[in-house]
Design a protein around this ligand. Structure first.
Ligand code: ATP
Length: 380
């Protein structure tokens, strides 16, 4: 992992206009009867990318993955992989392998037989199979479990067997549908790093479907946020979090406060908004809306300050309220502050020092404030 950090940091083929995508969805639509599960979707994924499809249940992410694997055919549009149009090509003739959430391991077979299954079917010579299975067991650190059956393993170990089995045939692309869904939180976190490690060391392209935003943020080079069969934003985890392109993405990823209001001034990249909550917001805006239009500022809880006294300039980016709720989460505390208007905003602060006494109490009068570049102006 450590030595791969630098490679990862400079890995951004999507920023290079001359880089060729490895996988392209071109105007892909998938209908089930009258229902449109995937709606005229275009998307490029690059070689060696760890790509995540993120969205709420039913948004069409699994359907997209299944079309790439060849289990479903697009109603219209095309999917191109490594310059080859995949139309009409059956799953077993695509250089992709899919790992399902349920792992689908054969219960009566040992770990090594499970891993060897696909290779046997392909007619690989016995000694080569033994070599490959040995490599795979080593890769997923299960050498000592080779003779066990799936029901003699933990959930995390079963997950690693499924992974080894999917990788044994050396697919160029591994598709993972909610791969860590069955694991508990701690194991899931550990396994996320193992997956990233494996993907990088084998130089593969991973496309993972998840509804877990933290998982997508941790593992992926880029995330496509999906809603109703469409991609709403494709960007790196940091961009998605810091610069969501619409209210849906801002709301979907992490916690956010949204301040709606009317634009009262817009010049030199700065916009002032008279927000419905009764104070004035001044914020940086690349693409400034016109004076008189409605606008919304999305601001993350960690970017709001809570203080018992007003800030130096209480007439801008500051509002008075009272502590409505306090959620102590161990590493941080989240304060729900009810503004004078009635809007409740969330502000979080890291518990960097061991706080024995809570500095704020319920119903205490406080001020929330934030910097001019703390929020993102949303288009819709
Ligand atoms: P989840 O996280 O719940 O798996 P998803 O985003 O992966 O959700 P899909 O499985 O892609 O969603 O399904 C998208 C929509 O298409 C859903 O509304 C689903 O009911 C519908 N759908 C999927 N497969 C079929 C099918 N074979 N026939 C009819 N409708 C389907």
């Amino acid at each position: 992992m450590k030595s791969l950090g630098n490679i990862r940091r400079s890995f951004a083929p999507w920023t290079d206009p001359s880089a060729k995508p490895y996988i392209s969805f071109k105007n892909v639509t998938k209908k089930f009867g009258d229902f449109t599960a995937v709606d005229d979707l275009s998307l490029n994924i690059y070689n060696r990318e760890f790509f995540a499809l993120l969205g709420a249940s039913g948004c069409g992410k699994s359907t997209l993955l299944r079309m790439l694997a060849g289990f479903e055919q697009p109603t219209t549009g095309e999917i191109v992989l490594d310059d080859q149009n995949l139309a009409g090509r059956p799953p077993y003739r695509r250089p992709v392998n899919m790992m399902f959430q349920s792992y689908a391991l054969f219960p009566h077979m040992t770990v090594e037989k499970n891993i060897a299954f696909g290779l046997r079917q392909d007619g690989m010579p016995k000694d080569e199979i033994a070599d490959r299975v040995g490599q795979m067991l080593k890769l997923v650190k299960l050498e000592q479990f080779a003779r066990r059956k799936p029901n003699q393993l933990s959930g995390g170990q079963r997950q690693r067997v499924a992974l080894a089995r999917s990788l044994a045939k050396r697919p160029k692309v591994l598709l993972l549908d909610e791969p860590l869904g069955a694991l508990d939180k701690k194991l899931r976190e550990e396994t996320q790093f193992e997956l990233m490690d494996l993907q990088q060391s084998l130089g593969l392209t991973f496309v993972v479907v998840t509804h877990d935003q933290e998982e997508a943020m941790t593992m992926a080079d880029r995330i496509a946020v999906m809603s109703h069969g469409k991609v709403v934003q494709v960007a790196t985890p940091a961009e998605i979090y810091e610069a969501p392109n619409c209210r849906f993405v801002a709301d979907f990823i992490g916690d956010v406060n949204i301040l709606d209001g009317n634009v009262t001034s817009a010049q030199s990249g700065m916009v002032e908004i008279s927000v419905d909550s009764g104070f004035t917001v001044r914020t940086a805006a690349g693409d400034a809306p016109s004076v008189g239009s409605r606008a919304s500022l999305a601001i993350r809880p960690e970017k709001l300050r809570v203080a018992p006294r007003p800030p130096a300039n209480p007439s801008l980016n500051a509002a008075e309220g009272e502590i409505w709720d306090i959620a102590y989460l161990g590493d941080m505390t989240v304060f729900h502050v009810k503004l004078k208007s009635g809007q409740v905003v969330k502000a979080s602060s890291l518990n960097a020092v061991r706080a024995v006494e809570e500095p704020f109490t319920y119903d205490q009068s406080v001020w929330v404030s934030f910097d001019e570049n703390a929020g993102v102006l949303l288009k819709d």
